[in-house]
Write a protein that binds this ligand. Structure first.
Ligand SMILES: C[S@@+](CC[C@H](N)C(=O)[O-])C[C@H]1O[C@@H](n2cnc3c(N)ncnc32)[C@H](O)[C@@H]1O
Length: 257
């Protein structure tokens, strides 16, 4: 039975008060925080993690271990294979961190953007570490506020029509589907390519948000055909200004329904 403990803590998407009391109490149990540095333009996200540690941890005796995130290999053509290879490299790096930076009896923590259950690979990678059997640990997951919840709150909307479904997907998936498909209450994340541009449905409405929860938050809502260009322009200006952007949007047929 391992005495090493690992906490996967959801920290919300940029507002320091989105952390739950459960998250703050968990952070106070950690001896070591593992922070993946994804390079240049994502430095703001590393800084945010350091700020919440300084703000919420009562005894400042913890350590922060920064690790450079291995880059994805652009020579691997298939998206799935590329991500798989990248995850395998991350699993090597996580296993090493847990073995070398965490003594028996200590508690380590990963501060995960938003919630660990949504488009985040930390849990999947730790499963791989467990499967390899080179280091053992007890895992605990603390949920966080997702960008989807932050989007709905900022626009003051419910995501579903009464009793209806909500579909959460990625820009890549949206681009690969039939452009005439009926879209209603579809949340799109991880869309670096403004995939809404390819949608022709004149009835479609968009609720778009970038930097949700942060001081730079941007919101646009309206009929897609009326605001598509404006969002694209805002997006590229903001990206140039801050060096990074994260945006999420809801596509909906009829906002009055
Ligand atoms: C790798 S996923 C992480 C999602 C995260 N685990 C969550 O719970 O929201 C990154 C995507 O989440 C969305 N996202 C994360 N933070 C955001 C923010 N502050 N504002 C808008 N979208 C955000 C964007 O769609 C971005 O491409």
């Amino acid at each position: 039975m391992s005495t090493r403990a690992l906490l996967i803590i959801g920290i919300g998407v940029g507002h320091p008060e989105q952390l739950t009391i459960q998250a703050i109490e968990a952070m106070n149990r950690a001896d070591v925080f593992f922070v993946m540095d994804k390079g240049g333009d994502k430095q703001a996200l590393v800084e945010f993690r350091k700020q919440v540690c300084e703000r919420y941890i009562r005894a400042q005796t913890y350590r922060v271990v920064e690790v450079a995130d291995p880059p994805r290999d652009p020579t691997i053509a298939s998206y799935g294979a590329r991500v798989e290879a990248w995850h395998a490299q991350r699993a090597d790096s996580y296993a090493r961190l847990i073995r070398e930076e965490l003594a028996e009896g200590q508690c380590g923590a990963f501060l995960v953007w938003g919630d660990p259950s949504l488009y985040d690979s930390t849990l999947r990678i730790l499963d791989q570490v467990t499967a390899r059997g080179s280091v053992a640990f007890e895992l605990e997951v603390i949920p966080g506020i997702t960008s989807v919840q932050a989007l709905a709150a900022s626009h003051r909307i419910a995501l579903n029509h009464i009793g209806g479904p909500v579909h959460v997907t990625t820009g890549r998936q949206l681009r690969s589907q039939d452009t005439t498909a009926q879209l209603d209450n579809v949340v799109v994340m991880l869309d670096g390519e403004c995939s809404w541009k390819q949608l022709g449905d004149p009835e479609l409405f968009i609720y778009w948000g970038a930097y949700l929860g942060t001081a730079h938050e941007l919101l646009v809502s309206g009929r897609l055909r009326d605001c598509a260009e404006r969002i694209e322009q805002l997006r590229s200006e903001a990206r140039a200004r801050h060096g990074w952007i994260m945006d999420t949007y809801l596509l909906r047929k009829d906002p009055a329904a």
